[in-house]
Ligand binder design. Structure first.
Ligand SMILES: [Zn+2]
Length: 270
């Protein structure tokens, strides 16, 4: 179970790709979130048009979903025929359907989209799926993916918060995960009413949920150094970087990563 970090940026980040990850096991690939700068970051990887089987959208704020139109448009023009699963919240689906229609307008996409209610879905590809709300300005569903398999074997797992401040439910969903990614907009305490995570809150969550490794992302542009400095002495938490790859079974980083030009190291293929 492989985690590839496509982007770690906030909505208007000057340098980082919008926050998104690609999770892969065997031949199944799930893209989580698709902001406006995500499609180009995926095209750089030169994946086949049918390489991604499903997309999970934590919520439909533009920095997490507005790249959908461009991505589906490119897949259509590159000859994709394989159906695509899109998992989202029912109250947000109509907007996404409109974006997918626009992707091929005035024609139709040459592949089918299977819309799935994220909150009712318990399995996706090779994983079980659980969700929990965070505290955000629109409804956002954090998710946990877990490898299926006998409990006697080490199984991979991933928690991804999407956007928003942790809630008791999302903190509980993170508990015992191998890899966890938590939105951490500010290095400073933001207060209980905030719609974003902050470093003190993320560290409290790390203390109680104890994932093997916590990656902080969606940090406010210009605040990465402040966050990284505060956690420099720790081995169980780090600032996520675009292009990093992690093993969701061991919680260890993999050396192969994309360079600045986006070329692929041989070891990173597949
Ligand atoms: Zn948002």
């Amino acid at each position: 179970m492989l985690l590839e970090i496509i982007g770690t940026g906030e909505a208007y980040d000057r340098y980082r790709v919008n926050a998104a990850v690609l999770v892969q096991e065997q031949d199944f690939r799930l893209l989580i979130d698709c902001g406006p700068t995500v499609p180009q970051a995926l095209w750089r990887r030169q994946l086949a048009a049918d390489a991604i089987d499903a997309i999970y959208l934590t919520h439909i704020h533009p920095d997490h979903a507005s790249g959908l139109t461009a991505l589906l448009n490119q897949w259509g023009s590159a000859g994709r025929r394989q159906p695509l699963q899109i998992l989202c919240q029912p109250g947000q689906q109509a907007h996404l359907e409109w974006m997918s229609t626009y992707a091929a307008w005035p024609e139709q996409l040459p592949f089918a989209i299977q819309w799935r209610d994220a909150s009712l879905t318990t399995e996706i590809g090779p994983w079980t799926l659980q969700t929990a709300p965070t505290q955000h300005s629109v409804s956002n569903l954090a998710l946990r993916l877990e490898q299926k398999g006998p409990v006697s074997h080490p199984t991979g797992s991933l928690f991804y918060s999407g956007d928003g401040r942790p809630t008791a439910a999302s903190a509980s969903l993170m508990r015992g995960c191998v890899m966890a990614m938590q939105e951490c907009f500010s290095p400073m305490e933001q207060g209980e009413g905030s719609h974003h995570g902050d470093l003190p809150g993320c560290l409290r969550q790390l203390q109680s949920a104890r994932p093997r490794h916590l990656l902080l992302y969606h940090i406010e542009d210009g605040q990465h150094t402040a966050v990284a400095e505060s956690i420099r002495s720790r081995v169980d938490v780090s600032v996520a970087e675009d292009g990093e790859r992690w093993c969701c079974i061991t919680g260890a980083p993999l050396n192969a990563r994309l360079d600045q030009q986006g070329e692929r190291y041989a070891a990173g293929a597949g």
